[in-house]
Ligand binder design. Structure first.
Ligand code: A3P
Length: 290
């Protein structure tokens, strides 16, 4: 396992296995029945995947476990070193409708998703908590570049020098397209504040109508505590040389406002000033505490 340097594709730094296979990723064409879950890394992807999976299986966790492939929402752009199967290998083995996960910014999502009017759920998390979570993830994911010290990481985040590029451009890119593309744009903070409300919102977007009992069960099964214990969700199936969870657990903290335990007052001020510039006129209703 190596921490390879990132390679830019159309200006977006990507992991080397993704960049080297870019043409086949860009050429991927989904089925109109496929669902896309798009996020900047660490915004709540796994949580949303788990909710969607349970909604599609009427809240039946056993049925989710019996899914035909070990990966329930193939990761569109992930190309692993052989013989580990890549996201496209999984997708080609699964009949539609499929749930597909991506961290690609809007402009790098293969055009077939928009031409085929695929449903798309985007999850955004406030910049500071998203960055804290990404920092810990980069410490434990030994295929990502070294995060380096925290102080320097803040600057890399602000400059968009992390895998999948700038958080600012990412959240703005999908926000700008949400109406035209019928994207359900969710916030991690809303999910924390009222998980049931957000589960119902996703259910309606998927044109499903489940009983109140089933909805309650899904909310319970997708709590941080339950997911942390669930081997299908806590990524303990990824071998140690890739994810070293002794450094930091994938299901780390699951809270809003953990940034306060990381930023000094000075760093926070500097970050906020830059944030104002980068997010001016974006009008995306982010919250840094709830
Ligand atoms: P923290 O590092 O802040 O704990 P992703 O799935 O996009 O990689 O995001 C991972 C982040 O979402 C981690 O954040 C993880 O703990 C958090 N998370 C995962 N499941 C969650 C849940 N059910 N409730 C709250 N947070 C959750």
């Amino acid at each position: 396992i190596h921490r390879f340097p990132l390679i830019p594709i159309r200006g977006i730094p990507l992991m080397n296995y993704i960049a080297q296979n870019w043409d086949s990723i860009w050429a991927f064409c989904p089925d109109p029945s496929d669902l896309l879950i798009a996020t900047y890394p660490k915004a709540g992807t796994t949580w949303t995947q788990e909710i969607v999976d349970l909604l599609l299986h009427n809240g039946d966790a056993e049925a989710c476990r019996r899914a035909p492939t070990p990966v329930r929402s193939p990761f569109l752009e992930i190309f692993s070193p052989p013989p580990i199967p890549s996201g496209l290998d999984f997708l080609n083995k699964m009949p539609p409708p499929r749930v597909i996960k991506t961290h690609l910014p809007f402009q790098l999502v293969p055009l077939g998703f928009w031409e085929n009017k695929c449903k798309t759920i985007y999850v955004a998390r406030n910049a500071k908590d998203n960055m804290v979570s990404y920092f810990h993830f980069d410490c434990m994911n030994l295929t990502q570049p070294e995060p380096g010290p925290w102080e320097g990481y803040i600057h890399k985040f602000m400059r968009g020098e992390l895998s999948w590029g700038s958080w600012y451009d990412h959240v703005k890119g999908y926000w700008a397209e949400r109406e035209k593309r019928n994207i359900l744009y969710l916030f991690y903070e809303d999910m924390k504040e009222n998980p049931r409300r957000e589960v119902v919102r996703i259910m309606k977007y998927l044109d499903l109508s489940l009983s109140d009992d089933v909805i309650d069960r899904i909310v319970e099964l997708t709590s941080f505590k339950k997911m942390k214990e669930n081997p299908m969700a806590n990524y303990t199936f990824i071998p140690t040389p890739v994810f070293d969870q002794s450094i930091s657990a994938f299901m780390r903290k699951g809270e809003v406002g953990d940034w306060m335990n990381h930023f000094t007052a000075e760093q926070s001020k500097m970050f906020d000033e830059d944030y104002e510039k980068q997010m001016k006129e974006a009008n995306i209703p982010f919250r840094t505490n709830i």
